[in-house]
Design a protein around this ligand. Structure first.
Ligand code: CYC
Length: 169
């Protein structure tokens, strides 16, 4: 698992270089956004359960066929599995937000996920929609916590949806 700092060090160490201007700029930008990242994590942490619940309600309002007979989230067990997946996405996105790096998502969440979803018939499009709904709710929450520029919140959520949607070659 890597964060913004360790991944930078790894790159420079590989070629035995001192930090150059680019490295310094990227370190500066990571540390400048540090307080906001921690504030975001705190805002998510204090509301995670409610945010997941709300995202689920919104998703199933938009796509009610998911919870009707024949839908992938139909039955209590699968409904719960769907919300649990959203909870995984939120928790790991929070780790990635604090790390300033999406590596934790690749290692712990995304590996083999698309294959699992395909084999269980979990539809990717609606999952992506669910993650985007979650992202919007989180951004609202983070804004309410006093963080002005919430653009950095997009990164881990967009990373998950991009990787999930990627087509097989
Ligand atoms: C920490 C990393 C991690 C992830 C991400 C993860 C996902 C994950 N989701 C699963 C199932 C599932 N995932 C969903 C999700 C949904 N169905 C829908 O219609 C919605 C669109 C969507 C919710 C937004 C459902 C319904 C199942 C159960 C499918 C089944 O058993 O038939 C499964 C199969 C095993 C199980 O049921 O537990 C895995 C491995 N597991 C992990 O360990």
């Amino acid at each position: 698992m890597r964060d913004a700092v360790t991944s930078l060090i790894k790159n420079y160490d590989l070629t035995g270089r001192y930090f150059d201007r680019n490295a310094i700029d990227s370190l500066k930008s990571y540390f400048d956004s540090g307080t906001a990242r921690v504030q975001a994590a705190a805002a998510i942490n204090s509301n995670a359960a409610a945010l997941i619940k709300q995202a689920g309600i919104k998703l199933f309002e938009e796509l009610p066929e998911l919870i009707r007979p024949g839908g992938n989230a139909y039955t209590t067990r699968r409904y719960a599995a769907c919300l649990r997946d959203m909870d995984y996405y939120l928790r790991y996105a929070t780790y990635a937000l604090v790390a300033g790096n999406t590596n934790v998502l690749d290692e712990r969440v995304l590996q083999g996920l698309r294959e699992t979803y395909n084999s269980l018939g979990v539809p990717i499009g609606p999952t992506v929609r669910g993650i985007q709904i979650l992202k919007d709710l989180i951004k609202e929450q983070v804004r309410a916590a006093g963080v002005v520029n919430t653009a950095f919140v997009d990164e881990p959520f967009d990373h998950i949806t991009r990787e999930l949607s990627e087509q097989d070659i």
